[in-house]
Design a protein around this ligand. Structure first.
Ligand SMILES: *Cc1c(COP(=O)(O)O)cnc(C)c1O
Length: 413
């Protein structure tokens, strides 16, 4: 007799009642463990996108699960009008490990960016320079989807249809030092940049450029904002990407890995840059609530472990070397390898969306990216053995992409 209590079979039929802003893959997962995700039917996938660099400790990390369970039974939410002990603890942790003196906690990356922009403008305002409002951003950047965040990145496709571009945002080509120097003027408030671009195609800014930016900001009184929402918290093999260049910012937005899957973000700042942020100037209902902070503390306590950073450097070295091998074997498919640490971008000679499907067919999950890239953003505790499996599946996707390209060519001839 049929078991009528069995759950419905996936892939689920897409709902008509979701706002149609995503082109979703016809795939749903029921459970995760480490680097692996499982569908309701028990089909296993290797998750080398980690929810876009979010589940940096893998799925179901025991310390994070325990932190949620313990806190869920005690207290979820109070209000920022009260002290929140774990918020203070997480701020102590983050400031002890960074350039920063103070933190503001948010629920997302975009909100951390909003806070960074407001902090920078308020700084100049409080110093008697209300005219300094311009935020200089760069082509190919991504800072989130709120109105200020899309205006900061300036990506035309994210701005189109949402009214006139906001005043106070300037966009420059990536890596053009002369254009940057020329663009800084009496109304400039801050420069915002991802030390390693994520969505834009995993482009790492050379260390010398970051140091140049720091120097330029020091000379001109412009504040330097880093968006390390994707490249921060260990992704590149140091806790923050700016450490490679030894060029700290004044303000920094963090999120993604901060809660390991629980929505948490933070805006970090020096005490000087945050001098305009006085009581009443900013706030959030949920930001930094007890439940989020319990997970944030557990997550950061794991992320700051030196052996985790050793693992990122070692296993990402292996991945890069293996992908170089794929580049030699599939020269029409793999054109270029970029990024830093476990933020790996592979520029393709075949369409990246199709390639992502080939990878899913091989039960490997990867992210897309600008410049026809795919991105590998595995959990930072990926083992060498899991990396080897990922490469095997990536090779299957390369094989499929190459076969498709050849048959297209033959069809066209
Ligand atoms: C994901 C991301 C954001 C936006 O974060 P949300 O949590 O989606 O708002 C901003 N900047 C960078 C670099 C990101 O990768």
């Amino acid at each position: 007799m049929a078991d009528t209590s069995a759950p419905p079979v996936s892939p689920p039929v897409p709902s008509d009642h979701l706002m149609g802003v995503y082109a979703r893959a016809p795939l749903a997962f029921e459970r995760g463990e480490g680097v692996r995700l499982y569908t309701a039917e028990g089909e296993e996938y290797l998750d080398c996108m980690a929810g876009i660099a979010v589940t940096a400790l893998g799925h179901g990390h025991p310390k994070l699960v325990q932190a949620v369970k313990d806190q869920a039974e005690k207290l979820w939410h109070t209000s920022n009008i009260f002290r929140i002990p774990n918020q203070e603890k997480l701020a102590d942790l983050l400031t002890a490990h960074t350039f920063a003196d103070v933190c503001f906690f948010t629920n997302s990356g975009a909100e951390a960016i909003e806070c960074a922009i407001k902090t920078a403008r308020k700084y100049h305002w409080s110093k008697g320079h209300p005219e300094r409002i311009d935020i200089i951003g760069f082509e190919g950047s991504f800072h989130g989807r709120t109105l200020a965040a899309v205006n900061a990145s300036g990506n035309p496709s994210y701005l189109e249809g949402f009214g006139p571009p906001m005043p106070g945002f300037v966009h420059l080509p990536y890596g053009d030092h002369d254009a940057l120097r020329a663009a800084i003027g009496p109304t400039t408030a801050a420069i915002i940049i991802e030390p390693v671009q994520g969505e834009g195609g995993a482009r790492a800014l050379p260390d010398a450029c970051l140091r140049g930016l720091r120097q330029l900001c020091d000379e001109t009184g412009v504040l330097l904002i880093y968006d390390e929402i994707q490249c921060g918290l260990g992704r590149t093999g140091k806790l923050f990407a700016y450490e490679w260049a030894d060029a700290p910012p004044d303000i920094m937005a963090v999120a993604k890995a901060l809660g390991g899957g629980f929505p948490v973000g933070a805006c970090l700042s020096t005490i000087a840059a945050a001098s305009g942020m006085t009581p009443g100037s900013h706030g959030s209902t949920y930001g930094g609530n007890p439940l989020a902070m319990a997970v944030g503390v557990a997550s950061v306590e794991e992320l700051v472990k030196p052996e985790l950073m050793d693992n990122v450097r070692e296993v990402s070295g292996y991945l890069n070397q293996q992908i170089s091998g794929l580049k030699d074997r599939y020269p029409d498919v793999v054109l270029d390898i970029r990024g830093k640490g476990m933020l790996i971008g592979v520029q393709l000679g075949t369409p990246n969306r199709e390639f992502m499907q080939h990878a899913r067919d091989a039960h490997l999950l990867i992210a897309g990216g600008g410049d026809n890239c795919i991105r590998l953003l595995p959990p930072l505790n990926l083992t060498r053995e899991e990396a080897r499996e990922a490469i095997q599946r990536l090779e299957m996707a390369c094989e499929a992409a190459q076969a498709k390209a050849r048959s297209n060519k033959a069809g066209a001839a």
